[in-house]
Design a protein around this ligand. Structure first.
Ligand code: BGC
Length: 807
């Protein structure tokens, strides 16, 4: 057993050098181990939707890894609103991890979707922290039930890919607590994930990896976190500050520069050995604990896991529109399927969560396998936005002969991915063109959509039905066929709002358009908290999703147990003709007082069992003090505002079926309408918050967004901060060529990510992240040259490297 005494005794046997080295990994994925005294080394790997286990030879190629099952990505699994399904995904990934002898799976991602433009939204659950927290908790419990560790990421407020490694996120305390931290808080308090991954970005001036407020005050002291804090890969900027302020393990291997920096810092008293030992102890506990569970022979049944992936995918599909019962399709009717996405399916996102799967059955494969009466034509190509006239004409001619046309459409890999954000909400031009042309023929058009984030659905008013599949993992082809033909009844609901226009998004003016700092001026008004409160119409609201059956809600009752504890109950009955599941949502509408607040917030949800026609189920929710609370910055704790609250039960945010208003005791709120008029102003237009209001809200002056100048460049700057130069262009060209040489196309997600990362990675991290291809000498040369010291820069290039890894 790993006890405190064992760990203390182990630490006492290690030299300072050994201890400092333990705080950095080996290669990309392992922790450091020793034979004398024995310290085990454990293996970690991505990621939230399956395993991306890389052998050493695969490390330089992001899409190269051992074969694994790809489960629905977080954006899809969140649409299931089913904690059991998300737990099942976690358990299955845990099974595969055991087979692969992986100790820690790097997930889940529980960041809040601030804008639909974030390129990495597919890896996150929701715009709502209550929902995100409950689902992430289920995933962590699922993986950890198999004695495999997890890494809750990216802690915290990592809401954009643009300049993700250096951007300073300016956020007010209330939004930080209520929106961006509360999902993390829920998971930490309820399931103690074995590690937390500290994010790349800064929060209010300090990098997450060296942010004492975040890592020590909040995480360890307030939430009582017991595990280890790991840096996001390459997020260790100043190792001494990181270790002093609560980070424990730097990943990946950084070629001993940081190890030496730690030793020097201990020797000169900048950090105490006790501070170092604190981190060492957390790393040792982690490694000793998880090494115990590694089995040399653990079998996995991959075909059973594929069945799990398919079952989960069917739970995730969201039927967002269905007029005239155009769906489900009937097997004897002849249906035309259009769109290359039906064949080259998009079922996962690009970047570090990429899973290398065995062959994935497409929708077309599934239709053929099930003998569905159908014709298929590509209509457009996925690797370009341009209309292919021949494919278009062929599609239109075929459409003239069929009554129903199913068009598969959505975001392509190039449109979204880790490392870069989208700039608009439109689908590729060739897809929009095809949909418009087919709709003009007056046929019954059904859209099946794929993608990791909302977009504007073309001709949404004219098409009959829309089935939104997000990125649902390797079972997506078969799941889509089953949902379209009613073999399974859709039961997903949107875990995020689908805005009408980009200009309607609350952070429209404040998203990913700066180099130094991003201001979260919309504060707590993220997602539906904004659209609902400010009466901004959406394409589809939060929580929306239809079924092939109907549900009736009855016997609604609110029982007060004590001051803040209530039991809310109701009965849900399937009153339609086919079996189905319903997601019941509980919202609390806040008192109409002059404090900053959202109109209503999600405080409970429940997915019913599969109910046969006529069958019913009793449902119960428990509310407590936190259900009615907001974070009060003056007292630094969650408080209840005195007033009338309405408990609402809905089938979606905009479809509230029962409600009851109750009077709740609490503190009298201070009227802040005059001080913060923007947060109360419901007139139409782009959401705007004045400098003064935001300065008052954050309680600090706003940083000036000025260019970076010669003379000020340090190791914490990135190439993107610097003017174009020969060396800068050469470095960028070289990274592109490296990817092209591996077979990636120029406009592929991998190359896009590589270019952005090369430009935006701070120079202190580039050696570790490039596997020492960009050595410290090259880094020193770049900095000197950017600062105008060309000769000194050139001299760096011929210096001898100082790597000393003798431990
Ligand atoms: C990502 C993490 C991931 C890590 C290791 C980072 O770039 O942000 O989510 O776990 O790489 O691949």
């Amino acid at each position: 057993m790993v006890t405190k005494t064992n760990i203390t005794s182990l630490i006492s046997q290690l030299t300072l050098r050994q201890k400092a080295r333990l705080l950095n990994g080996v290669g990309m994925w392992q922790t450091k181990g020793y034979t004398e005294p024995y310290v085990p080394s454990i293996f970690m790997c991505d990621g939230p939707h399956g395993l991306r286990k890389q052998g050493q030879e695969q490390e330089g190629n992001i899409n190269s890894s051992a074969y694994a099952t790809c489960y629905p990505t977080a954006c899809a699994s969140a649409s299931s609103w089913n904690v059991d399904i998300v737990r099942l995904i976690g358990e299955s990934i845990g099974e595969e991890a055991k087979h692969e002898q992986v100790s820690i799976v790097l997930g889940p991602g529980v960041n809040i979707k601030r804008s639909p433009l974030c390129g990495r939204n597919f890896e996150y659950y929701s715009e709502d922290p209550y929902l995100a927290g409950r689902l992430a908790n289920a995933w962590v419990n699922g993986v950890q039930s198999r004695k495999v560790g997890t890494s809750l990421k990216h802690f915290a407020v990592n809401g954009q890919e643009h300049r993700r490694m250096t951007i300073d996120t300016i956020v007010d305390e209330r939004a930080l607590r209520e929106i961006y931290l509360s999902a993390f808080e829920y998971v930490v308090k309820n399931s103690q994930p074995s590690t937390i991954m500290a994010a790349y970005n800064k929060i209010n001036g300090t990098s997450c990896t060296q942010n004492k407020y975040l890592l020590d005050t909040i995480l360890r002291k307030e939430w009582k976190y017991k595990g280890a804090v790991v840096s996001d890969w390459g997020a260790t900027y100043d190792i001494v500050q990181c270790i002093k302020n609560g980070m424990d393990l730097e990943m990946p291997y950084s070629y001993t520069y940081n190890t030496q920096a730690l030793i020097d810092a201990v020797n000169c008293g900048e950090i105490t050995e006790k501070e170092l030992d604190h981190a060492v102890s957390n790393v040792l506990k982690l490694a000793c604990e998880y090494k115990k569970y590694i089995l040399s022979d653990y079998d996995t049944d991959y075909s059973a896991l594929h069945a799990v992936a398919k079952e989960c995918a069917t739970e995730c599909g969201v039927l967002v529109k269905n007029t005239d019962k155009a769906l489900p399709l009937v097997s004897k009717e002849k249906v035309l399927f259009l769109g290359e996405l039906a064949e080259k399916m998009r079922f996962q996102g690009a970047g570090s969560s990429h899973i290398r799967t065995q062959a994935v059955p497409s929708l077309i494969d599934a239709l053929k396998f099930n003998n569905c009466k159908m014709i298929y034509a590509e209509g457009y190509r996925v690797d370009t936005d341009a209309v292919d006239m021949q494919l278009r004409e062929e599609a239109i001619d075929l459409a003239k002969t069929c009554d129903k046309v199913v068009i598969c459409c959505g975001l392509t890999d190039e449109s979204e991915g880790e490392g870069y954000d989208r700039t608009h909400l439109l689908l590729p031009h060739n897809q929009v063109d095809l949909i418009e042309a087919v709709v003009a023929l007056n046929k019954q058009v059904i859209l099946v959509t794929f993608g990791g984030s909302p977009f504007i659905i073309p001709c949404v008013d004219q098409v009959k039905s829309v089935l939104c599949m997000y990125l649902a993992g390797q079972g997506v082809g078969e799941a889509t066929q089953e949902l379209l033909y009613g073999v399974k009844n859709p039961s997903g609901k949107l875990a995020e709002s689908w805005p009408m226009r980009l200009e309607d998004t609350p952070c429209y003016q404040y998203y990913a358009n700066t180099k130094r700092a991003v201001q979260l001026r919309e504060s707590i008004f993220v997602g539906y908290r904004y659209y609902d409160t400010f009466n901004v119409p959406t394409q589809f609201c939060f929580g929306h999703g239809l079924s092939y059956t109907q549900f009736k809600y009855s016997a609604f009752n609110v029982k007060k147990n004590n001051k803040y504890n209530y039991t809310v109950s109701l009965t849900v009955k399937n009153v339609g003709k086919v079996a189905g599941k319903e997601v019941v949502q509980l919202y609390i509408a806040n008192p109409d007082e002059a404090y900053i607040h959202a109109k209503r917030e999600l405080k409970g949800f429940c997915k019913t069992d599969l109910l046969n026609p006529g069958e019913q189920q009793d449902i119960e929710f428990s509310l407590d003090e936190r259900s009615f609370s907001y974070y009060d910055c003056a007292t630094k704790c969650y408080c209840v505002a005195k007033g009338s609250y309405t408990i609402e039960i809905g089938s979606s945010l905009n479809d509230i079926r029962c409600n009851k208003t109750i009077s709740v005791a609490g503190q009298t709120v201070v009227d802040v309408q005059d001080k913060y008029p923007s947060y109360f102003n419901k007139t139409e237009g782009v959401f705007t918050v004045s400098d003064q209001e935001f300065t008052d809200l954050v309680g600090a002056p706003l940083l000036e967004e000025k260019p970076f100048n010669k003379g000020e460049f340090t190791i914490f700057n990135c190439l993107d901060d610097m003017k174009d130069s020969f060396i800068k262009k050469t470095i960028i060209k070289r990274s592109i060529n490296n990817e092209l040489a591996k077979g990636y196309k120029e406009n592929s997600a991998v190359v896009k990510m590589t270019v952005k990362s090369t430009k935006e990675i701070p120079l202190c991290s580039v050696t570790a992240m490039s596997n020492n291809e960009f050595t410290r000498n090259i880094v020193d040369a770049v900095i000197n040259m950017a600062n105008g010291k060309t000769v000194k820069g050139l001299a760096c290039l011929v210096k001898k490297e100082k790597i000393n890894d003798k431990y």
